[in-house]
Design a binder for this molecule. Structure first.
Ligand code: AMP
Ligand code: MG
Length: 350
């Protein structure tokens, strides 16, 4: 299969191209598209065959439920019922935006989407291309990240092509995504609500709107661990590059010194080493034969989040066998970055 690319302007996408892509969705095809977080792999949420093909194309296990995307919060009752007041408050505050709400599912929502759960995850994305496609197709669209299962999420159309080229009918190419990490997933079916995945909307921003929110941070994965967490699909090892990734936690100077020593040793033993750090830490790794990918300023979590997945993919592409990264602390988007790095890591060094 040849994967068609529709190149569109991210702010004002061509209506004719959106209509073409929407037609593909309505005829059961798979179309990847940019959202503000990462690229999604879209299928008509009412088309069982198309939804099944999403799992096949990604190599995603059936127990990992999909997020349903809507053009507008008004359409929520198409997929969810018993919408609690919290949901309305949050929708008003953050939609369109990188917040996914888990709600009791509406009758008729396909079991394939929810992995047989009585709940459905839903959001309205803040991206003109995503919204344009949703409006033009007139149906809710399921869209997990458009990567092979377990791999790093795509933040450009090129990333999608690398993972899914030849396996899906089309890609709307709207350039790089803005946030760079996935949406925040919040379970509203329990009291108080549970943060299942930190993401583009911060825990603090949620708490400001609805008060108490419970978050149980990701613990470092055990060797070879692949057990499902509270939320199906939130596997401990996920979002991972091909190379092994070691994460250095604790006090900044000490962690960076330790990273430098580890890098030196690994280089000496002939391993191809990559380092993923903030711009300010570059000096620690000078004169070593390694590949350094800068995440931008350590002070700017928004920049770091945006560059994180592109960095992991770039290091993989350069044939690096071992990636050394420093743990990110702090609030806001820092929580999402820490969560993704922890899931990508095979070792956390305290
Ligand atoms: P992705 O679309 O690849 O970013 O992954 C979507 C994630 O949303 C899944 O891995 C689940 O953890 C979460 N999710 C989707 N549906 C549900 C649900 N009904 N209940 C809890 N979590 C969900
Ligand atoms: Mg994913």
């Amino acid at each position: 299969m040849q994967t068609k690319i529709w190149r569109v302007d991210p702010q004002t996408p061509d209506e004719t191209l959106l209509a073409e892509a929407a037609q593909a969705i309505l005829s059961g095809q798979l179309v990847a598209f940019p959202t503000e977080t990462v690229y999604g792999l879209g299928a008509n949420a009412f088309d069982r065959q198309a939804v099944r093909r999403v799992f096949l194309a990604k190599g995603r296990p059936a127990q990992d439920p999909l997020i349903v995307h809507l053009a507008d919060a008004e359409l929520l009752s198409q997929v969810a019922r018993e919408i609690p007041p919290f949901a309305e408050t949050l929708a008003r505050a953050f939609w369109p935006g990188p917040l996914t709400l888990v709600l009791p599912k509406q009758e008729g929502v396909l079991d394939e989407i929810t992995a047989g759960l009585p709940t459905v995850a839903v959001r309205v994305p803040a991206h003109a291309v995503a919204l344009g496609l949703l409006r033009a197709s007139g149906v809710p669209i399921v869209a997990p990240s458009a990567n092979r299962f377990g791999h790093v999420s795509p933040t450009t159309a090129q990333h999608v092509l690398e993972d899914l080229g030849g396996l899906i009918e089309g890609i709307l190419d709207g350039g790089s995504t803005h946030v760079g990490v996935e949406s925040t997933v919040l379970d509203l079916t329990c009291t108080p609500p549970h943060l299942l995945r930190p993401g583009g909307v911060s825990l603090e921003a949620l708490q400001e709107q609805i008060g108490e929110v419970v978050y149980l941070p990701q613990k470092p994965p055990e060797e070879g661990e692949l057990t499902a967490q509270r939320s199906p699909g939130l596997l401990a090892k996920h979002y991972a590059p091909q190379a092994e990734l070691w994460l250095f936690a604790g006090q900044r100077e000490r962690a960076l010194q330790n990273m430098r020593q580890t890098a030196e040793q690994a280089c000496r033993s002939g391993r191809r080493v990559g380092v993923l750090v903030g711009e300010e830490a570059r000096g620690f790794f000078s004169e070593l034969p390694l590949v350094l990918y800068s995440l931008g300023s350590e002070q700017r979590y928004d920049e770091m989040a945006k560059r994180l997945y592109a960095g992991l993919r770039a290091l993989d592409r350069q044939g690096v066998e071992l990636i050394l990264a420093r743990e990110v602390t702090g609030e806001g988007l820092g929580l999402a970055i820490r969560d993704r790095l922890r899931r990508a890591a095979s070792r956390v060094i305290e």
